[in-house]
Write a new protein. Structure first.
Length: 140
């Protein structure tokens, strides 16, 4: 029974050893987390830009198909969104407003709101069909 009881001296040693992590250990953890996040963050931002461009490409492709249907019915291409049956020029998007859409009879453009990192997605009318084109930055 005596072996189960601890002396006041051994209790004090346990309480002194159980103070937690040292400042050096915490700083090492902070440095490691910082290094890992500096490697992961650029990759994450690049994936975001790819997703925004893919969403814009989907929208432009859909509008190009609408233009083809409009041409089949009217023998001319629409000059604005209203002619295609949209109420206003700002088509609601699930792209978090990452691109501004514009339309005329010869092209459909999705210009990025962030011109430094974004991609311009265009559908250009050539010989009666649309050709998709992607360029970095704002649409020309």
């Amino acid at each position: 029974m005596r072996s189960q009881l601890q002396s006041p001296r051994s209790q004090r040693r346990i309480s002194e050893d159980a103070n937690g992590f040292s400042m050096v250990e915490l700083m090492v953890v902070v440095v490691i987390v910082g290094l890992l996040s500096s490697v992961a963050l650029p990759s994450f931002l690049n994936q975001q830009n790819k997703a925004k461009a893919a969403c814009a490409e989907t929208q432009v492709s859909g509008l190009a198909k609408e233009q083809q249907v409009y041409f089949a019915e009217n023998n001319s291409f629409a000059n604005d969104f209203q002619e295609l049956g949209h109420e206003n020029s700002a088509i609601p998007s699930g792209c978090n407003q990452s691109h501004e859409l514009s339309l005329d009879s010869s092209s459909i453009k999705a210009s990025p709101t962030d011109t430094t990192n974004g991609l311009c997605v265009q559908a250009l009318l050539t010989n009666g069909s649309y050709t998709m084109k992607k360029t970095k930055g704002a649409c020309a």
